[in-house]
Structures are given as structure tokens and as C-alpha cells.
Design a protein around this ligand. Structure first.
Ligand code: AMP
Length: 441
């Protein structure tokens, strides 16, 4: 199936082909015609499924094909995102896909100066991508007019609620035309009761679109648990990166302090690493991300909030250095890899203290994640681990078949092999990395 059959205009199709996309992803196939029809949408879609284009393409088309209601320079489409990084990414997509249309867009988020944003809003913006807090700052300064919003998008709505944005969202809703006078699109990776309640309040007879089973992890992600003592995690991580020759790995820690400390320790191990979390300035976050995307930074250590919505092309490896407290975060974290048809590997280093968290995650996923003990890093006896067989532990955890879908890029294949070879190597040589290893400090 090609994009031509979805009802998109020539200008938008041109931008899509300039991006090199040949086929719509499942969420795009389902969402684009419905949004073009003017219907409200409640979409369950993981990150990495192409959901951004799924709402941005028809949104651009709708705005491009009719004149603003009542004239003036009020905002016509508002996209709310939970994090600054996601806002920036969605803003980039709006610019890319709308490059042949005479529509103006802006991205506003906190942590940067407000005045350039005010200037931009004053000059007139059709599509505004914003995080809730900074948007409300503009509202209180009367520098933005939301009374003529025709299309509202809530992206990663579940995370917005997790981050405590419900009050901000309510305040923003009160400033918009009511739900019969606007079109509303709500995207969420998971559907909790809170999300359902929010959807009931905001959406008007929505079309329900789901492309992956609820609360499941994306296809094509191979998951594995490495049971290990807490104090040896850093050593094991450095070993996995070095021996597997991982060039780009996103590592999650639970705390900001933990992220800083780990990035520093990995630096001492000779790996270029940077930390990204909520206490870092926006400049530092942007630099760390740019370094990671360009390959200058090999390991990006992140907390959940900072990593939400990061879109890194062909990211092959995600490591949970610590399991998240909230099981749904596991799904979000590992969704950073295996995006847009690529394959990915998600490894969790789990110590005995985290067994309950692991059980909660497996309950949510409704299956066990294979556990692989690496020689030299024997697990705490409390953790039941499968021994490595033929260089691999247990069965693959990848879901679905996902083969032959012919995504535009395929990443990780070679790297995955080397990771497997690592396990083989460890098995053959007995001790990973060879030689005696001292305990990490
Ligand atoms: P998203 O889930 O919106 O964050 O998108 C994930 C990645 O998929 C982004 O890097 C997009 O550029 C890419 N992408 C979106 N749609 C397509 C498509 N139809 N074909 C290939 N790649 C796509």
C-alpha cells in the first residue's frame, strides 16, 4: 500500500517522498483517513510506530485546505507533549512534512528564554507544539490565543498524566473551543482508567485505533534480563558495551543522581557518556542528545522523564540499568529501540532487590522475559536464571513475526550478532573480558 491512496494532497505527498518513506505504517494507514474525515481519534500506539506522522500529515492537510475560522492570527492546531524533547521532535516533523505548505509553526517549552517565543507567537502561528507548563506561562502573560483552536492533539497522554500534568491540561482545555467545535486526537501507549476518563471528557464520539496490543512492547524488540549483583552492574554494563562493540546505547537509571554518577563512571571506563535528566539545563540536554545522535557520545544515561519520546534513528540497544518503579515505564523505555521497523535489543540488569519490580513488569507484559546468566557475573542465588545455551539464553522474547515488512532501514542486525557473539565468547572463554575482574566500586 502506498501513501497515494490515503487522500493526502500533492504537497504533502511530495514532502513524504522527500523523507524517503515508501509505505505508511499501520497507525498511519488507520489514522490518516479518519483524521482527514474530521473525526476524533483515541489511538493506542507505541512510540516508534510512526504515530507522529499519523497525526501531523492529516492535520497539515486539514489546516492547509481551509481558511482560518474568523481570520486573525490565533493558533489553529495545538499539539501538547509531555517533554521538551518530544515537543522539539514533533515541531521538526511539522516543519518537515509541511515544508511545501504556507503554514507557520512554533515550538514552545520551558527551560529556554520566553521572549523569542513571544515574538514568534506575535507574528502569528498556525500550529503550536507545546509542553503544558510553558504554554500556561504564555496564557498568563496573554501572549497566546487558544480560543480558535480547530485541532487539539495530546501526544503521549499517558505520560502527561504520569508526570502530573492533569491540572495543567484541565486549565488549557478551559481555554479551547469545546469538544464539539474542535477535533481532538489523543495518543497513548497504554490505556489506564485515568486515560479512559480523560478521553471521555475530551473526545467526541472518537474512532478507536489500536496498532499494538495494549500494554505490550513493540514487536521486533528482543528482550533479555541479565541477573547480576547490584554492585557489579556498572562493570557488567561496560563489559557488554565494549565486548559487543555497541556504538550507541541508551541506558536508564531511576534517579538523576544515579544518571550523573553512572555517566561519570563509564567515562572512567573509557566510554564517552553523557547524562540527560530534568536537572540539566535545556542547553546541556540538547547538546547531550545531539552528541548521542551524531555518534560522538556512545552512551546516553537517562532518567525516564528526559528520555520520553526521544526518537533516535536506528537505536539498537537499550539497557535498563535499574528497573523502573512503574511497570508501564518499562514499555516506554524499551520502545526507544525497535522503532519504525528496525530491530532492537533491550537488556535489563536486575539485582535481587528488583525482583518484585520484574514480576510486576512480567505481569503487565503477560509473559516472562528470558533470563541469561553471564559467566563471571553469576546472579544472586535468589534470581532464577536460565543458563546460556548455544551462546544464547532461553527463547527469543521478540513478539510477533514482523518479518518481511521491509521497513526503510534495518539497524542492529550486525550489532545484534556481535552481542550474541559476546555471549558465545563469554561462554567459551569462561570469564567475560578474560582475566580476573575486581569488584566494581
Ligand atoms: P514516531 O513513532 O512518530 O516517533 O516515528 C518513529 C520513526 O519512524 C521516526 O524516525 C520517523 O521518521 C519514522 N517514520 C515515520 N513514518 C514512517 C514511514 N511511513 N516509513 C518509514 N519511516 C517512518
Amino acid at each position: 500500500m502506498s501513501f497515494d491512496t490515503l487522500g493526502l494532497s500533492a504537497d504533502i505527498l511530495r514532502a513524504i517522498s522527500e523523507q524517503g518513506y515508501d509505505q505508511p505504517t499501520p497507525i498511519q494507514r488507520k489514522a490518516i483517513p479518519v483524521v482527514l474525515d474530521g473525526r476524533d481519534v483515541l489511538a493506542g500506539a507505541q512510540t516508534g510506530t510512526g504515530k507522529t506522522a499519523g497525526f501531523t500529515l492529516p492535520l497539515l492537510q486539514r489546516l492547509g485546505s481551509c481558511a482560518p475560522k474568523g481570520g486573525g492570527r490565533a493558533v489553529r492546531a495545538l499539539v501538547l507533549t509531555p517533554t521538551r524533547e518530544l515537543a522539539a521532535q514533533v515541531g521538526d516533523s511539522v516543519k518537515t512534512y509541511g515544508r511545501h505548505l504556507p503554514l507557520r509553526s512554533a515550538v514552545i517549552f520551558g527551560g529556554v528564554k520566553i521572549n523569542p517565543q513571544i515574538d514568534k507567537l506575535r507574528r502569528g502561528v498556525d500550529i503550536l507544539v507545546a509542553t503544558p507548563g510553558r504554554l500556561l506561562d504564555h496564557v498568563s502573560q496573554r501572549t497566546v490565543d487558544l480560543s480558535k483552536v480547530e485541532i487539539l492533539v495530546l501526544d503521549e497522554a499517558d505520560r502527561m498524566l504520569d508526570m502530573g500534568f492533569i491540572h495543567d491540561i484541565r486549565k488549557i482545555m478551559a481555554l479551547l473551543p469545546d469538544n464539539t467545535a474542535r477535533q481532538t486526537l489523543l495518543f497513548s501507549a497504554t490505556f489506564s482508567n485515568e486515560i479512559k476518563q480523560l478521553a471521555n471528557r475530551l473526545l467526541n464520539n472518537p474512532e478507536l485505533i489500536e496498532v499494538a496490543r495494549r500494554n505490550t512492547t513493540a514487536e521486533r524488540i528482543e528482550q533479555r534480563i541479565h541477573p547480576v549483583d547490584k554492585q557489579r552492574k556498572r562493570e557488567l554494563l561496560s563489559h557488554l558495551i565494549g565486548a559487543g562493540d555497541w556504538r550507541q546505547v541508551l541506558v536508564f537509571t531511576r534517579t538523576k543522581h544515579g544518571a550523573n554518577r553512572l555517566a561519570e563512571q563509564l567515562g572512567k571506563d573509557g566510554l564517552t557518556a553523557a547524562a540527560i535528566h530534568g536537572n540539566k539545563s535545556q542547553g546541556a540536554r540538547t547538546r547531550a542528545l545531539a552528541g548521542f545522535k551524531s555518534g560522538a557520545v556512545r552512551v546516553l544515561v537517562a532518567t525516564d522523564i528526559a528520555a520520553r519520546g526521544l526518537d533516535i534513528d536506528q537505536l539498537p540497544h537499550v539497557v535498563n540499568y535499574e528497573l523502573p518503579n512503574v511497570p508501564e515505564d518499562y514499555v516506554h523505555r524499551i520502545g526507544r529501540t525497535g522503532r519504525a521497523g528496525n530491530e532492537g535489543e533491550a537488556i535489563s540488569l536486575v539485582c535481587v532487590d528488583e525482583l518484585k519490580l520484574l514480576r510486576d513488569i512480567e505481569r503487565l507484559l503477560k509473559r516472562e522475559i528470558p533470563k541469561v546468566t553471564l559467566d563471571g557475573y553469576e546472579p544472586d542465588p535468589a534470581i532464577k536464571a536460565e543458563p546460556i545455551r548455544n551462546g544464547r539464553g532461553g527463547s527469543s522474547a521478540r513478539q510477533g513475526d514482523g518479518r518481511g515488512k521491509g521497513g526503510p532501514k534495518r539497524a542492529g542486525g550486525g550489532r545484534r550478532k556481535s552481542a550474541q557473539a559476546t555471549a558465545k565468547g563469554q561462554h567459551r572463554h569462561g570469564r567475560p573480558g578474560g582475566g580476573a575482574r575486581k569488584k566494581a566500586v
